[in-house]
Design a protein around this ligand. Structure first.
Ligand code: BTN
Length: 241
């Protein structure tokens, strides 16, 4: 692993993207920063993180032979890596809110932003961005967010967390080739609100009740509806309320 430590940057994902366009980057080159001025989240959202308190990192994955159909495996491998590491710190009630928010009870403590570059030779290079709330304790404007420090009433070493997450990510990415079923079983076991009735909202603003059954191999949420139909929804189609 090659580690690049920065003080401030717009976004560690963007920084790594820029580097990979010009340099021959090593597999598992990792960038971390104390502060991001333009941290990005899923679906064009902003990722806010108090300076120096949290883990902000991006990992470059080089030339993996994974088809576009199997690309959701990267989310599965990454979300599980975070869960597995957090468990060793005794963070309670961990789950993965589809597609890949890491939750402790009903609070989000980490987010993942994966950006893929499909090469003409059929391989994929990816940038796996992770924001993990570690030592931030003030979430005044973010009522649904929390951190390891708030949950465990302690502070944690960000560098140690980074190393453990990268190690676990390597193991899990190798499972994509050797034993994807194991990864999926673990991912499904940790799915937030699986088998609980809950409300969803469609793009059309229509609200309905359903029960999460799981996630399809392509990353769609599988929901059992009140009329007994089982429907798969993509990321932009549905929102959990
Ligand atoms: C989300 O939950 O919406 C995803 C958040 C991802 C945030 C991380 S922080 C490191 C990396 N750089 C970014 O700009 N975003 C990701």
């Amino acid at each position: 692993m090659k580690l690049i430590k920065l003080d401030a940057i717009d976004s560690t994902n963007d920084f790594l993207k820029g580097l990979s366009a010009t340099d021959e980057l090593e597999n598992f080159t990792v960038v971390t920063a104390e502060n991001q001025t333009k941290g990005r989240g899923q679906m064009g959202a902003v990722w806010n993180s108090e300076k120096s308190k949290n883990l902000i990192m991006s990992v470059f994955i080089k030339d993996l032979l994974v088809s576009a159909e199997e690309i959701y495996n990267f989310n599965v491998a990454t979300a599980l890596a975070i869960i597995e590491v957090l468990k060793t710190y005794k963070i309670q009630n961990l789950s993965i809110k589809w597609p890949n928010d890491i939750m402790s009870a009903n609070f989000k403590i980490a987010g993942i932003l994966i950006e893929n570059n499909f090469k003409s030779n059929g391989s994929i290079s990816s940038i796996i961005g992770i924001g993990l709330n570690v030592n931030q304790t003030n979430f005044e404007n973010l009522p649904k967010a929390s951190s390891m420090a708030v949950i465990a009433n302690s502070t944690f070493d960000k560098d140690e967390l980074l190393i453990l997450i990268v190690e676990r990510l390597k193991v899990n990415l190798a499972f994509i080739g050797s034993n994807p079923d194991y990864l999926w079983a673990q991912y499904t076991n940790h799915l937030f609100k699986k088998e609980f009735p809950m409300a969803f909202k469609l793009e059309t603003e229509k609200v309905f009740m359903g029960i999460i059954q799981g996630v399809s191999k392509k990353g769609k949420l599988i929901v059992l509806l009140e009329d007994d139909r089982v429907v798969e929804y993509g990321l932009k189609e549905i929102q959990m309320l």
